[in-house]
Write a protein that binds this ligand. Structure first.
Ligand SMILES: Cc1cc2nc3c(=O)[nH]c(=O)nc-3n(C[C@H](O)[C@H](O)[C@H](O)COP(=O)(O)OP(=O)(O)OC[C@H]3O[C@@H](n4cnc5c(N)ncnc54)[C@H](O)[C@@H]3O)c2cc1C
Length: 399
């Protein structure tokens, strides 16, 4: 196993850097660096820039308009995008639904939906979780009953990220209430403009509107919007989750976060000396940096194995747990480094007009990021569930 980059890979990294230097709008990278929201317009702008370059769908085959990059190229691209503070690509259509339609969708679904994901005409959201069906997803209760050439959907989804911007939602629905839990579930594509759908905001700890409840009352969905076979949705749902967990280690995000904490700790004074020289703070900073370096190497090892054709198994659970613990520790260090400036958390400080408020540079967003990133250890399969998976595989079922 060779963990060094080849000459081609280094050339590719240079190409990505040049593209980001030339094409990434400064207002977007400034907002990302300062932890401000870029809104729907910002996401759509970056989406079209990547689409114009043909770099929007790293994991899609070329036949569908993707880049067909290997695991190393994807890693390099993600690392450089984080370093340059590029906006995160909203994953629901591109990373999650796209691969499901490519593998299990009908020709008509592929022809209709895939180009619209790339063009940005369709903004997708994910309708999996329900109250009482998160970790135990298979207990979901949203019902779809066949009525002629439609399904009639009733129920509620929750935690639907950016559902307020979406015009389509992919949903897991129960089509056979008498079958064993996993066997009575189907995968439906639903136009959010259909009568009977209501999106209600949930406000997160940092005061932002990022997630929603989505309610369905007698929503009529054409049967051609069923993916694959009725009652086989669990298979497609699991396949999608393997794609949800790509880039789970978040090495690039942590590296960018760590650089920001170091900058802040050099500026902030503690008893007349820069905080970076405080032995307690420096020890915590060193520990998280060591953890990050170790994880980055593990990540490369897994990527290298994937490039050689081995599918990552329990390793992705290990990366999820460690990666999110590291990001949360970095957020905590940033909050501590900002000290009193982190206490009066004012979401207004993150709005465009107030970005020049007098305060040490880099402190406006630390509380918001600290609160917002509590989510990291919950979504994408909570860390406790990942630990169960690791224990089951590594301890041979003794959980
Ligand atoms: C910010 C955010 C965005 C999200 N976006 C989406 C989205 O777009 N679409 C979507 O469908 N879902 C989304 N989710 C939902 C997410 O997938 C669920 O929150 C997650 O699966 C956990 O489910 P739950 O919240 O119902 O918690 P529960 O499953 O009720 O778990 C509560 C606690 O108990 C622990 N626990 C549960 N079972 C076990 C067990 N067997 N062993 C040990 N511990 C256990 C969990 O780890 C957790 O700490 C989002 C969540 C958040 C926080």
């Amino acid at each position: 196993m060779d963990l060094n980059y080849s000459a081609e890979e280094l050339a590719f990294r240079e190409e990505v850097r040049e593209f980001l230097r030339e094409e990434l709008p400064t207002d977007l990278s400034d907002a990302v660096r300062e932890g401000r929201s870029i809104g729907k317009e910002g996401h759509e702008r970056w989406h079209s820039i990547l689409n114009a370059r043909g770099w929007l769908a790293p994991n899609w085959p070329r036949a569908y308009g993707g880049c067909a990059w290997n695991a190393v190229q994807r890693h390099i691209f993600e690392e450089e995008c984080c370093r340059a503070h590029a906006p995160r690509i909203v994953p629901f259509g591109l990373t999650m639904l796209g691969p499901v339609l490519q593998k299990f969708g009908s020709d008509a679904q592929r022809d209709y939906f895939l180009p619209r994901i790339l063009s940005g005409e369709h903004w997708w959201c994910q309708g999996y979780s329900e109250p009482g069906a998160g970790s135990d997803l298979a207990s979901l209760r949203t019902r779809a009953v066949r009525d002629g050439d439609h399904y009639v959907v009733n129920g509620q989804k929750t935690w639907t990220t950016l559902g307020q911007y979406a015009n389509w939602i992919f949903c897991l629905v129960r089509t056979d209430p008498d079958a064993k839990q996993q066997e009575g579930i189907s995968f439906l594509l639903i136009d959010m403009d259909t009568p009977g759908i209501e999106v209600r905001p949930i406000i997160l700890l940092d005061g932002t509107h990022e997630v929603n409840e989505v309610w369905f009352t007698d929503v009529r969905v054409p049967v051609e919007n069923l993916v694959g076979e009725e009652n086989q949705g669990w298979t497609y749902a699991k396949y999608l989750l393997t794609h949800e967990r790509t880039n789970i280690a978040g090495v690039g995000f942590s590296q960018a976060g760590l650089d920001a904490v170091k900058r802040l700790a050099r500026q902030q004074m503690h008893r007349g000396r820069p905080l970076a020289e405080n032995s307690h703070f420096a020890a915590r900073l060193a520990q998280v940096e060591i953890d990050l370096m170790a994880m980055a190497t593990t990540n490369l090892r897994i990527i290298s194995a994937a490039a050689a054709g081995q599918a990552p198994g329990v390793e992705s659970s290990m990366l999820k747990v460690k990666g999110t613990e590291i990001r949360q520790e970095i957020n905590d260090l940033a909050r501590r480094a900002a000290g009193a400036h982190a206490m009066p958390f004012a979401s207004e400080a993150l709005e465009d007009d107030n970005s020049n408020l007098a305060q040490p540079e880099g402190t406006a967003a630390v509380s918001a990021q600290y609160f917002n990133n509590r989510k990291l250890s919950i979504f994408g399969g909570s860390n406790e569930i990942q630990k169960n998976i690791i224990a089951k595989v590594k301890l041979g079922g003794r959980t």
